[in-house]
Ligand binder design. Structure first.
Ligand code: CO8
Length: 259
């Protein structure tokens, strides 16, 4: 199953493009997350790689977020392994030493939004049909504290509180207005703009930029590291509740019926 993520490293620029390609919607399954973390780790230790552009191989969808089927009707052991993989993805991407740029070329709910928020800079296709946000409450579930912290670090406490309570999805223009994305460009300019912004970020000496990034993010990362096991237990006991299983199932059925 080593084919959900395409990685192309340009040796001369030191920039890797990672394209998520897990049909139909790049949902973050256990397999996907495992492959993602391995690919990221490989780039992280490659001294020839200084920058990462994260994008989707599919037009219209960046990532549908966590794979809901991984959170339905499975064993406690499975939920624990799945949640650990979600944590690892976040720890690695949010803590990356590379310059990371999200080229958000489509919709990006929940876990997809989290991935984009982990990056240093977000460029989104200027299409009001594309939406991004942490919509967990709409599924009857609750975004964990580290999702919340990641969002606060970008848009502040007030906007995060309202967004999280309402499970609000923002259209690309709205997301730009609140600062959830940094730049809107026409759909066909997303990749080239990401490359141009990357050049600008890479003109800063790595050591100074990396120490600064770590200074900004380490307190947020440490908060999860200190209670990683407790966070897994928390997730498992929450997700195994009958009422939560029911609301996820209803949401999933509604997604499937929609067409
Ligand atoms: N997981 C599993 N399957 C999914 C998901 C998903 N997240 N999203 C879509 N699918 C499935 C659909 O059911 C559909 O399946 P099928 O073909 O069998 O009917 C197929 O993918 C294609 O989906 P659509 O037809 O809906 O495709 P569209 O192009 O019309 O729309 C969207 C794409 C916008 C991505 C749309 O599918 C969507 O909104 N999906 C739901 C996304 C969502 O709500 N994700 C939230 C997941 S929860 C999360 O990420 C964080 C949870 C934190 C846990 C905290 C617990 C304590």
């Amino acid at each position: 199953s080593n084919n959900k993520i395409l990685v192309e490293l340009n040796e001369s620029t030191g920039v890797a493009v990672m394209k998520m390609k897990s049909p139909p919607v790049n949902s973050l399954s256990l397999d996907f997350l495992t492959e993602f973390s391995i690919s990221l780790e490989k780039l992280e230790i490659d001294r020839g790689c200084r920058g990462l552009i994260l994008t989707s191989a599919f037009p219209k969808i960046f990532s549908a977020g966590l794979d809901i089927t991984e959170m339905c009707g499975k064993s406690a052991e499975h939920y624990a392994a799945f949640w650990k993989a979600v944590q690892e993805m976040w720890l690695k991407l949010y803590g990356s030493n590379m310059v990371t740029i999200a080229a958000v070329n489509g919709s990006s709910p929940a876990g997809g939004c989290l991935m984009a928020m982990c990056c240093d800079y977000r460029i989104m296709a200027d299409n009001p049909k594309f939406a991004i946000g942490l919509n967990e409450t709409q599924l009857g579930i609750v975004a964990p504290f580290w999702f919340k912290d990641t969002m606060i670090n970008i848009v502040g406490n007030r906007v995060t509180e309202q967004s999280l309570q309402l499970g609000q999805m923002y259209s690309a223009p709205e997301a730009h207005k609140i600062g959830l994305v940094d730049l809107l460009v026409p759909e066909d300019k997303v990749q080239s703009t990401a490359a141009a912004v990357m050049t600008q970020w890479l003109s800063i000496p790595d050591h100074a930029r990396q120490l600064t990034k770590s200074m900004m993010r380490k307190p947020t990362i440490d908060r999860l590291v200190k209670q990683q096991e407790a966070d897994i237990n928390n997730f498992v006991s929450f997700i195994t509740r009958d009422s939560i299983q029911k609301s996820l199932q209803v949401y999933l059925d509604r997604l499937k019926q929609k067409k």
